[in-house]
Write a protein that binds this ligand. Structure first.
Ligand code: CAO
Length: 562
């Protein structure tokens, strides 16, 4: 029988009123034992609170920005059988994902006190205050992801020295005292556990004490505290250590918690490009969002006129800023090369296609349509009317009819992703190859026109495109695109959705194939179709139904005429 257990914030050390920065589940969610429920983040540590048992989340009480302490009620968990009792016990035994306590001064091992008769500047390194990894709970071999100081840096008490990050938590290791860093032993990638040496610290307290000692030349001056020694004067000339610089200003490593890092990774954002608004420049999720918004701002402008017709310089720089760079190679070292500048249209379409590729989760569904009848009709009609009919207008007409039956193919996502905009008109673009690159002229109201008229309009638009005379208006307002490569060859391919449209149809070269009619093989002209769609808007089953309908329409020429 299912039982409900209360899930509370576990022992999180000395932390109180820690803000919730991310809620990872909601009521009704099924969670596994140890699955993260929420993320807490103070200015020193970020940690996930895992589920104490497998079960179903009920009565979730918290939201982002709520502040919690040990014992704060998170939710109830509906668990099967005796799991509740077991997990309650387990929870008491193993405090979940405890963040790093700030290293107590105890993390710095005592060093021998100085002997009065030793010259104060001849300190041995062993006399410096050793700093070790403090108690970091159950964590072992945690990777160092950032080193924030280097030898010679002056640090204040509690200033972060390095950042550790496991898959569940990010922890800063703060300095146990003010002083100057010596013998720093770690680098990013090293793995550490409690007690591992970090560095030594020439502490300010001792420097001051020794300076006072030197000034007064009093042999019975009070001894510095045991864990500090006169060796602190290795701050060269006995001057007090420099005030520490803000952490964010040190080094090139970005300073961010795991949630922000994960979010940045998901978006492909280079954190080094993001300015942090948190304490000491820590990068927050909102900073990553703001960065992406700023970088992509201009990319959400009006609908593209061709396969791209937006501001290229921004598109290129935004792409460069968001993606890991491809290494620059000097190709000339391997043989002769020629550098050819890209035409404007090619650059525009490159940026547009790249944007669509990055934004749209693509799926490509393929099928083959028997166009034997359509082909016979096309040939006879061309002979009768003198108007050259290619396959494209038939495909276009079939697509328009399929879009009427499956209206989500004639839609776009709203800019905020909250709604679907369904269009009551049916304008279809077709990719046309020109010497300058790809353009997509748009044929209006395809649903209201016959194939002969569509053939004439397609022909006129394709000629204009090749002559470079296409007007901007003639490339706007498309609801769906067709890319026909059948005149060239090839079988199936994966066309890129012309976003913000939600689907594109690729047509390849029709081929005569033996098709089984139930009794025997018949020679049939089969047209390969490749339907790429935006999976955010269109489900696989819906897309499969659409392509089946399209195949039916293309198989029977009478259906196209209806
Ligand atoms: N299977 C077999 N033959 C086909 C065919 C197909 N799927 N599609 C066209 N053909 C035939 C045509 O019937 C014509 O033959 P005939 O002269 O014997 O009648 C010949 O191939 C040439 O047709 P076409 O390609 O010039 O004409 P179209 O109306 O089919 O296409 C256009 C027009 C503008 C789409 C085309 O010229 C074009 O530019 N295609 C390239 C599109 C492209 O680059 N897409 C990629 C975009 S994504 O990278």
């Amino acid at each position: 029988m299912a039982k409900k257990i209360e899930v509370k914030v576990p022992d999180i050390g000395d932390y109180h009123d820690v803000p919730v920065i991310e809620v990872l589940v909601r009521d009704g969610d099924a969670v596994e034992k140890d699955a993260p429920l929420l993320v807490l983040e103070s200015d020193k540590a970020t940690l996930e609170v895992p589920s104490p048992a497998a079960g179903t989340v009920r009565d979730f009480k918290l939201k982002a920005s709520d502040k919690v302490s040990q014992g704060t009620l998170i939710c109830s968990l509906e668990v099967a059988g005796d799991a509740g009792q077991e997990t309650r016990d387990a929870k008491r035994e193993t405090p979940a994902k405890q963040p790093a306590e700030q290293p107590a001064p105890a993390a710095a091992s005592p060093a021998p006190a100085a002997k009065k008769d030793e010259p104060s500047r001849a300190a041995s390194p062993a006399a410096l205050l050793p700093v070790a990894i403090p108690d970091i709970g159950d964590y072992r071999d945690v990777p160092v992801i950032e080193v924030l100081v280097k030898d010679g840096d002056a640090v204040e008490k509690d200033a972060p020295l390095l950042v550790l990050e496991s898959d569940k938590a990010t922890l800063e290791v703060p300095s146990p005292a003010a002083g100057t860093v010596r013998d720093f032993k770690l680098k990013a990638g090293d793995k550490v556990s409690q007690g591992d040496p970090v560095c030594r610290l020439a502490t300010a307290a001792v420097a001051v004490a020794v300076a006072a000692d030197e000034r007064s030349e009093t042999r019975d001056a009070p001894k510095p505290p045991e864990h500090t020694t006169r060796s602190a004067v290795v701050t060269t000339d006995g001057a007090p250590p420099k005030p520490p610089a803000p952490v964010a200003a040190k080094g090139d490593t970005p300073y961010a918690g795991p949630a922000a890092r994960k979010f940045a990774r998901q978006l492909g954002v280079d954190l080094a490009q993001v300015s942090g608004s948190g304490t000491r420049g820590r990068i927050q999720i909102e900073d990553v969002q703001a960065y992406v918004k700023q970088a992509l701002g201009a990319g959400l402008g009006p609908q593209p006129q061709a396969f791209g017709a937006q501001r290229l310089p921004l598109a290129v720089s935004e792409t460069r800023a968001l993606l890991p760079a491809i290494p620059v190679v000097d190709f000339a070292q391997f043989g002769e090369i020629e550098t050819r500048p890209l035409a404007r249209i090619r650059k525009l379409s490159a940026a547009h296609l790249h944007r669509a590729w990055l934004n749209v989760p693509h799926v490509t569904q393929t099928d083959e349509a028997d166009i034997t009848q359509v082909e016979a009709f096309r040939k006879s009609s061309t002979e009768e009317t003198g108007v050259k009919l290619t396959l494209l207008p038939f495909i276009m007409k079939a697509v328009a009819k399929a879009m009427q039956a499956y209206p989500e193919f004639n839609s776009s996502l709203s800019a905020d992703g909250e709604s679907l905009i369904l269009k009551k008109y049916c304008h279809i673009g077709f990719a046309a190859e020109t010497e300058q690159g790809l353009v997509v002229p748009v044929v209006r109201d395809v649903d209201k026109k016959g194939v002969t008229q569509l053939a004439q309009e397609c022909g006129a638009l394709a000629r204009k495109a090749r002559d470079g005379k296409l007007k901007a208006e003639e490339m706007k307002g498309g609801c769906f695109s067709i890319s026909s490569l059948g005149g060239i060859g090839g079988s199936h391919f994966t066309p890129i959705v012309n976003a913000p449209e939600v689907a594109i149809l690729g047509a390849s070269r029709a081929q005569m194939k033996p098709v089984w009619d139930g009794k025997q093989f018949q020679p049939r002209l089969m047209l390969p179709l490749s339907l790429s769609y935006d999976h955010r808007v269109i489900d696989g089953a819906y897309a499969a139904r659409f392509i089946v309908q399209l195949v039916k329409l293309l198989t029977d020429v009478r259906r196209l005429a209806l």
